[in-house]
Design a protein. Structure first.
Length: 228
């Protein structure tokens, strides 16, 4: 099942953005009940403080993660149109189920790929009217990465909820919200009420250690299961 089909089929899904390309962290995440796993290449990740190499540099661990996957695996192929264009086909050939990119980093050739789900994000400078064009431009999922980077890790406020609700009302695509803010497991019900179809937990709420990731995934999984 493609990633966007999973999000449409389930009332709410749990996704993890791994703080490192580590097969053990992926294994722990699957064991605690995530619905999908996301990894990175060609990027310095702000939230985790980790630098990720090219597909060639990361391929051994990426192939291990794919071989042991219990559901869809996605990848951030990099930052910058030229960088992404040079490496995303390797990710598709390896078997990744979806890509995750800011719109300004996605090459048109990737947008035209039908073999993989394309999750597209707008940053904090987005315009709400742009959302209605996502589907026409061949996006499959919208990632609401709309929080200004200088506020990463702060508590979720009512203002964000209003924005998420407006986003969900403005597109027919499934909407995923990442934990750019420190979204608590007890607040996932508020996201569901807004129409959000998936929560993607990352380093801000999971930490980077195996045990903290294990605890966080279990906590969010339990919270979601009680709601759906």
């Amino acid at each position: 099942m493609k990633f966007h089909e999973l999000l449409k089929a389930k009332k709410h899904s749990l996704v993890i953005s791994l703080p490192a390309n580590d097969a053990k962290l992926a294994e722990v995440s699957w064991a605690q009940g995530v619905d999908a796993v996301k990894v990175h290449i060609n990027v310095a990740h702000k939230a985790s403080g980790t630098a990720f190499g090219s597909f060639e540099q990361e391929k051994n661990v990426l192939k291990q993660i794919l071989a042991e996957a219990k559901g869809p695996c996605g990848i951030v192929p990099g930052v910058g149109v030229d960088v992404v264009a040079g490496d995303y086909k390797n990710a598709i050939d390896a078997g990744f189920n979806f890509t995750s990119l800011y719109a300004h980093d996605m090459p048109i050739s990737l947008a035209n790929e039908s073999s993989i789900s394309k999750m597209v994000a707008f940053d904090g400078s987005y315009e709400i009217d742009d959302l209605k064009y996502l589907e026409r431009c061949k996006a499959d999922v919208f990632e609401a990465s709309i929080v200004q980077s200088e506020t990463y890790g702060q508590a979720l406020s009512f203002r964000e909820l209003v924005r998420y609700a407006r986003i969900c009302e403005s597109t027919n695509l499934p909407v995923l919200v990442p934990t750019q803010r420190k979204i608590l497991s007890s607040e996932v019900g508020n996201l569901i009420s807004c129409g959000v179809r998936a929560t993607m937990i990352g380093a801000i709420v999971t930490g980077s250690a195996e045990e903290s990731i294990k605890r966080a995934v279990a906590e969010y999984r339990n919270a979601i299961d009680k709601l759906i």
